[in-house]
Design a protein around this ligand. Structure first.
Ligand SMILES: [Zn+2]
Ligand SMILES: [Zn+2]
Length: 270
């Protein structure tokens, strides 16, 4: 069982070299997960249909490598899940549904990467707008994504807009858009999706951890119980980072990290 002291023994969001921005192989990620004491991980490659970043990955080659690594790591006590991170799947529903219908991904992640055509990591997102309007649009869109596309298990990095916003000095007071944030989180809760607490930017300076703590508490108040703590690692060195910060945030919000039970594996023993 897991050996880290935070009771977080899984990581369902990371990228291998099958993603265009991943640095390490699936096997390398598996060895690192074992060293960190994880019981289960998912390798979730990017699928994007936005014109500015169109591209899937070699899905057949990926599944062949997943199968090889599953056989390698299962005897060592590490379960390896297949997965995909889909950018704005609700806006590319035909393409996203075709992908999830064609392949038995264990973990299907939905990520709001695009807001009104701009990448949420770019300052273009904020150009010419009041920051509060951008935040309001973002959380409204997050709610639409969670409500409108059915073939998903996890809503990833729900706070990611705050990374660019905080770099631009646009302080985020969640209460200013409380209804929109609660609506999005309530949708995630009633649909039974898992909310991702993304580790990648938790130690960012400047940080928005007080706002994150407030939103996690709201998620619990809206009936949300399923939180997965994920690294979103693009190289092995990023796995296992910031677990202490995540554990503290969950404690403060009265939540605990949960594990996924991928539907594709339901009924399969072990
Ligand atoms: Zn993402
Ligand atoms: Zn990712």
């Amino acid at each position: 069982m897991n050996t880290n002291s935070y009771n977080i023994s899984s990581d369902y969001h990371m990228h291998s070299t099958f993603s265009m921005d991943g640095q390490d192989t699936i096997e390398a990620l598996g060895w690192r997960a074992l060293a960190l004491g994880f019981n289960e991980i998912a390798i979730t490659e990017h699928a994007e249909w936005h014109p500015a970043w169109r591209g899937s990955f070699d899905v057949d080659g990926y599944f062949a490598e997943i199968a090889r690594c599953q056989a390698l790591f299962a005897p060592q006590g590490l379960t390896l899940y297949s997965g995909v991170e889909m950018g704005n799947p609700h806006e590319f529903a035909r393409e996203a549904s075709a992908l999830t219908a064609a392949y038995p991904f264990d973990v299907r992640i939905a990520s709001l990467h695009w807001l009104d055509g701009d990448n949420i990591h770019d300052s273009a997102c904020f150009a010419g707008h009041e920051p509060l309007d951008v935040y309001a649009d973002y959380f409204a869109a997050l709610g639409h994504m969670a409500a409108d596309f059915s073939d998903i298990d996890v809503v990833a990095h729900f706070d990611r807009i705050l990374w660019r916003g905080s770099l631009l000095g646009a302080t985020f007071a969640p209460r200013a858009v409380e209804t929109l944030v609660r609506d999005a989180l309530a949708t995630i809760a009633w649909r039974g999706l898992a909310l991702e607490l993304n580790l990648r930017t938790l130690n960012h300076v400047p940080n928005w951890r007080p706002a994150l703590a407030t939103m996690l508490r709201w998620y619990g108040e809206e009936g949300g119980r399923r939180v997965v703590v994920n690294s979103d690692a693009h190289r092995v060195g990023q796995m296992g980072a910031n677990l202490e910060l995540a554990a503290a945030l969950l404690r403060e919000a009265g939540l605990a990290a949960t594990t996924l039970q991928p539907a594709t594996l339901a009924g399969v023993g072990g």
